[in-house]
Each structure stands twice: as structure tokens, then as C-alpha cells.
Write a protein that binds this ligand. Structure first.
Ligand code: SAH
Length: 205
């Protein structure tokens, strides 16, 4: 997976490649999908949600330019897989999931694997985690209508936010950085994400 799906497709950050190689992806996939755990795609995890494709997790982590001492926020815990990868790249991770059922399962898996630096919360992650802000890095795993202003406001100076911004045909995975001059923005790649549902996301259908 690391060589074929990630390095060959432009993931060059060695810390990200190492972290992706260390997390057992099969532990985050439901029993019936386990033999497909390392396939180059997303897989169903219940509540109509999916565990992200490995390349997407790597691209988001690379876009965050983590050095290892950051307090990181994640929006969209899902299976907990991306939180585990992030936990290997940052000092501490606060991860928010809107479905309690998924958050509970992710919490259990992360605890079983010994990840002690991840806190999983249930709630609307589009509003961030004001009690823990500011963050050095924020990863959003669901497509937002625009870069959520509240999340941008929870970045420390120099902090990075990676978020898919919803578009016609494709969502644009975008990296934003808080600088003294304002917000710098760079598109990473087009892809497809489930919608961010919440106050600074979309309305539930
Ligand atoms: N990164 C996860 C997969 C994320 S899929 C993994 O590796 O398994 C996107 C997740 O975002 C879904 O679980 C969905 O329920 C969640 N989500 C959508 N809107 C949200 C919101 N406003 N706050 C928190 N979670 C949200």
C-alpha cells in the first residue's frame, strides 16, 4: 500500500509514509470487509459512512505539514483510522464525529491498539473544539460548502487546515494556512467525500 498507492502517487513526506505503514488498517474495517482492508478505495463502516481511501488520508496528513508537536483537530472520525495515522504524526489529536455509534466504535478500536493521545468526541465538528483551540493543524474528512470560518478561527498563527471544498463534479481537497498576511490557499487534488453535515456544513437531507 505504501509503495504502490502512496509513494508512486506523490506522497513524499517520509513521516507520513512511516505512519501509514504502522497503522493496521484491518483493525478499523468491519469483519466482512477485512480482506479488502488494503484495497485502493473507501469501504463501508456503517451509518452510511466509509473509511477513507488510504491515499486520501495520506494526502490530508501530508497537506498538514506536521512536525510532531502539534495539537491537531480532526473532523469526521469515522472508523478512527485517520485519527490513528494522525496520532502518529502529531502530539495529541482531538477527533469529532457526529454519529455516536461510529465514535464509540472508533474509541474502542483506538484504545485496543494503545493510542493514548487521541480523544474522540461526539458532536458537530464544523464548529471545531473551542475549549481546546488553538490548533496547529485541522483535518476535515467531509466536504464543506466553503472553508469553515469557525475552524479557520481556531488555528494558531502558522496553523494549517486541510478541507475538501464541495464543487460541481468533484470536491477540491484544499490546504489553507493562517499567516500574518491572511489565509494562504492551495488545492491539493480533486476527489469525492461524504458531505460535512452541520452548522458550517450542509443541512441534513
Ligand atoms: N476519516 C474517517 C472517515 C471519514 S468519513 C476514517 O478514516 O474512517 C467522514 C465522516 O465525517 C463520517 O463518519 C461522517 O459521519 C462525519 N461527519 C460529517 N459531518 C460531520 C460533522 N459536522 N462533525 C463531525 N463529523 C462529521
Amino acid at each position: 500500500m505504501v509503495e504502490r498507492q502512496l509513494r508512486r502517487r506523490g506522497i513524499a513526506d517520509e513521516r507520513v509514509l512511516a505512519a501509514m505503514g504502522e497503522v493496521p488498517r484491518e483493525a478499523f474495517v468491519p469483519e466482512r470487509a477485512r480482506r479488502r482492508a488494503y484495497h485502493d478505495g473507501a469501504l463501508p463502516i456503517g451509518a452510511e459512512q466509509t473509511i477513507s481511501q488510504p491515499w486520501i488520508v495520506a494526502a490530508i496528513c501530508q497537506g498538514l505539514e506536521l512536525s510532531g508537536d502539534e495539537l491537531a483537530l480532526e473532523v469526521g472520525t469515522g472508523s478512527g483510522y485517520s485519527a490513528a495515522v494522525l496520532a502518529g504524526l502529531a502530539r495529541e489529536v482531538v477527533s469529532v464525529e457526529r454519529f455516536a455509534e461510529l465514535a464509540t466504535r472508533a474509541r474502542t478500536t483506538l484504545a485496543e491498539l494503545g493510542f493514548a493521545n487521541v480523544e474522540v468526541r461526539v458532536g458537530d465538528g464544523s464548529l471545531g473544539a473551542p475549549d481546546r483551540a488553538p490548533f496547529g493543524a485541522i483535518a476535515v474528512h467531509a466536504a464543506a460548502p466553503a472553508a469553515p470560518a469557525t475552524l479557520l478561527g481556531q488555528l494558531e498563527p502558522g496553523g494549517r487546515l486541510v478541507v475538501p471544498i464541495s464543487g460541481r463534479g468533484a470536491d477540491m481537497l484544499t490546504a489553507l494556512r493562517a499567516t500574518e498576511a491572511g489565509i494562504e490557499e492551495r488545492v491539493i487534488a480533486p476527489s469525492r467525500f461524504v458531505p460535512l453535515i452541520g452548522d458550517e456544513g450542509f443541512r441534513e437531507r
